[in-house]
Ligand binder design. Structure first.
Ligand SMILES: *Cc1c(COP(=O)(O)O)cnc(C)c1O
Length: 377
């Protein structure tokens, strides 16, 4: 937060609208323009934005949604909210994203069994776009909807376009939670090139209610008239949040630039230690929501837990992303078991996330680097 963020919020507090006012549309247009997608619909958070995207995709009971096990639980829960069955596609051990090859193999098998998914949710882990071109080609062949969980990735690039352009997807979802690249306190957004999908998301965000004359079934009732045409929810963002988002969006390139600098410095300074990094293909630029390392536990002769605790004791706020979703008790109760997605499970055992945020100073980063060197020595 800087002074301009605070000033922008105070101005909305003094204005006529705290919610459903002009700032929502301004923020939506600004994000859409930034990403190069024609439509954007703001929502209360990315979890609900994913729910809206799944509903707009027509996901319902008996349908299937596939996502990456290496993600936050919300990437999968959105399918369950719609009554669909959720399954996972294992990750590529280099990019840590859903493997397009594993997806292709699973689709071929699902086709034989008559069990193709209706939606696939690739997650741009740590801010690095998935291989969207390959996934998009598979979507053309097998007829599923592609909903990018781009919660980590606003400001990132893929094949010459901004993540969120939806060049290779039907919809993309951003999160504006405070830990993400830019924030609205709580907030999310659905982007799309498809006007019909955008309208459906907007309708469902607001109780399934419309006042839009063009959409009304019954015309000419009067200015008070509105219609509920679907079972929607209240998943709206407020103007207080939207104006904060507008203010933060002005600095998204600065934030992502600094995150990339810090990540490059980590990679340089930690090279040669018993660990490896997420590999980035040349045609993608990560937004670097996270900087993750994979510990070579065999060489270190320490458990990940011991490394985690030794760094925590040295005052370094390390973390672990992610516990594979299918190993969560809730998902195990649905029939999933350990061993089903071995690459995601192996990665999890070795994973550690180092502190990374735009305001970290070089000397703070030096402290992290020397602590990691010390612990892994
Ligand atoms: C943070 C996150 C979400 C949920 O975002 P909220 O805005 O907190 O609801 C969904 N998916 C991924 C991958 C996330 O990291």
């Amino acid at each position: 937060m800087d002074e301009s963020d605070i000033k922008a919020v105070v101005e909305v507090l003094k204005s006529d609208f705290l919610t459903t006012g002009p700032k929502i549309g301004e923020f939506e247009s600004a994000v859409a323009e930034y990403c190069g997608a024609p439509h954007a619909v703001a929502a209360s958070n990315a979890t609900m934005a994913l729910h809206l995207a799944c509903l707009a995709a027509g996901l319902g009971k008996g349908d299937r949604l596939w996502t990456s096990p290496n993600s936050f639980v919300a990437s999968a829960n959105c399918g369950l909210y719609c009554g669909a069955d959720v399954d996972f596609v294992d990750i590529d051990p280099r990019t840590l994203n859903m493997s397009a090859e594993a997806l292709e193999a699973k689709l071929a098998e699902a086709e034989r069994g008559g069990a193709l998914p209706k939606a696939v949710v690739p997650v741009h882990f740590a801010g690095l776009s998935c291989e969207m071109e390959a996934i998009w080609n598979l979507s053309r062949k097998y007829g599923f909807m592609v909903i990018e969980d781009a919660s980590h990735a606003i400001g990132g690039d893929y094949r010459g376009r901004k993540v969120g352009s939806c060049r290779y997807s039907h919809m993309a979802v951003f999160s504006f939670h405070p830990v993400k690249i830019i924030t609205t306190g709580e907030g999310g957004m659905v982007l799309t090139r498809d006007e019909k999908l955008a309208r459906r998301v907007a309708l469902l965000r607001h109780h399934g209610i419309t006042r839009d004359e063009a959409m009304l079934r019954q015309k000419g009732e009067g200015a008070w008239y509105y219609e509920q045409q679907a079972l929607g929810m209240n998943y709206r963002m407020s103007d207080i949040q939207a104006v904060l988002g507008l203010s933060q969006l002005r600095r998204v390139d600065e934030f992502v630039g600094r995150r990339n600098e810090l990540a490059a410095r980590y990679a340089d300074e930690l090279a040669g230690l018993p660990l490896s990094f997420q590999s980035l293909p040349e045609h993608a630029r990560s937004a670097y929501h996270l900087f993750v390392i994979r510990l070579k536990l065999g060489e270190i002769q320490k458990t990940r837990k011991a490394v985690f605790e030794a760094l925590t004791e040295r005052g370094i706020a390390v973390n672990v992303h992610y516990i594979p979703i299918h190993t969560q008790p809730y998902y195990r109760a649905l029939g999933f078991r350990r061993g089903q997605f071995p690459e995601a499970e192996r990665y999890y055992e070795e994973a550690l996330t180092l502190p990374l945020y735009p305001m970290i100073s070089d000397s703070q980063q030096d402290r992290v680097i020397s602590a990691v060197r010390e612990v892994l020595a």
